[in-house]
Write a protein that binds this ligand. Sequence first.
Ligand SMILES: [Cu+2]
Length: 162
Amino acid sequence: MAPPVIRPTSPTSPQPSPPPGAEREGPAQREGEVGARGARAGRSVGSIILLLPMLLLAAPGARAHAFLDHASPAVGSTVRQAPAAISLWFTQELEPAFSTVTITDEGGQRVDGGDAKVDARDQTLLRASLKPLPPGTYKVTWHIVSVDTHTTEGTFTFRVAR
Ligand SMILES: [Cu+2]
């Protein structure tokens, strides 16, 4: 059915010709089909082999770095009562000596108690007390080092309603 695949290279270079019987025999075509399936399977395996190093590279990063999991007050939330403290939970345990959070008001003034601390019992939890907060939007800036020594940082806001 399929014509013999002879790719033209240069007219002068002799093509390595397939064995004479290969194209004529019926069973050989079936073998060809099996061969094609085998080749497809081979390509899939090839893709997986190519993907594997990328997965191996990506996985430790995803696992190892500590990112903000959730916070109280929640990220982007509006609260009716001014919170007395802020709590941030991370996806990994933190290095207490190098992990901190600051909270500022709209004018850029610090409104946290300057006492940011990793919880002694839950080392994924970073807490700081807050001064009495009048209504407004507050910016939380965290900068942490996880136990794998990687640094991550981020900001979010929450609002105290009028
Ligand atoms: Cu990391």
